[in-house]
Design a protein around this ligand. Sequence first.
Ligand SMILES: NC(=O)c1ccc[n+]([C@@H]2O[C@H](COP(=O)([O-])OP(=O)(O)OC[C@H]3O[C@@H](n4cnc5c(N)ncnc54)[C@H](O)[C@@H]3O)[C@@H](O)[C@H]2O)c1
Length: 255
Amino acid sequence: MSHSDFAPDPLFDLSKKVFIVAGGSGGLGKGLVQALYERGARLAVCDLDEKSLATLSQSFSGILTAVADICDEASMDQIVQQTLTQFGRLDGGINAAGIIRPAAAFELDVDALRMSFEVNVVGAFNFSRAIARRLPKAGGRIVHIASVSSTVANVGYAAYASSKSALSHMVRVLAREWASSNILVNAIGPSMFNAGMAVNAVADPTVSQQALSVIPMGRFGQPEDLSGMAITLLSQAGSYITGQTIYVDGGRTLV
Ligand SMILES: NC(=O)c1ccc[n+]([C@@H]2O[C@H](COP(=O)([O-])OP(=O)(O)OC[C@H]3O[C@@H](n4cnc5c(N)ncnc54)[C@H](O)[C@@H]3O)[C@@H](O)[C@H]2O)c1
């Protein structure tokens, strides 16, 4: 037997599958788009950021892009409809749209708290339900990017952490409600990654030294570190996983 005797692994195959990626032009979102695209998935990508969506559509030919606010239920229904029209099927979605509003509790503007729940929880709900309603009888997959903050009580993160914790718990409820339709709902919880909303923190020597001191692997995540778990949860490999937040965190949640 040699390596050429092995066929491409059907366990992780995404070719011809159709997924919607929300927040797909952000730092982690772009990495997810690339990972899924390289494995043959057909993608519809929505985000608020028109400029970076335009750049994305130049880099990945054949993807559908749409400027859409995840907080707006009708916009989520619309992107689902556009995806079905363009690709003729839908297998699920991955949501990397999110916001962070760090502030010590005494300084936290309650509007920042409300906005965090609006995007990170209500938006995630809209995304999930719009997709789940239109999945085929065979079911499908929904994955959200939560955070280690779903479980770690980082100081200054009252808005972000409570919304990510709510997201992780909502995933459990949706997973239970939709399990009998074979709609599997999960989340991935990254620690600090050198991408998107964390690039400034990573570049700041004081913040980054403190952050690294609680990551046992001693390095920040890179966008490609998320690919394996995203592919697993969207492919046959994840066929019996639902309701979980799986931490991809270099050991951050062990500390
Ligand atoms: N970067 C990290 O270290 C890290 C760690 C843990 C979790 N996360 C989570 O990963 C996800 C992606 O974060 P990122 O680091 O790529 O940040 P990012 O800011 O680069 O990406 C977030 C994307 O979401 C989009 N977005 C924001 N509000 C939206 C809305 N209402 N509708 C549609 N799109 C909207 C933004 O335009 C942006 O493109 C977020 O949920 C974040 O909380 C990031």
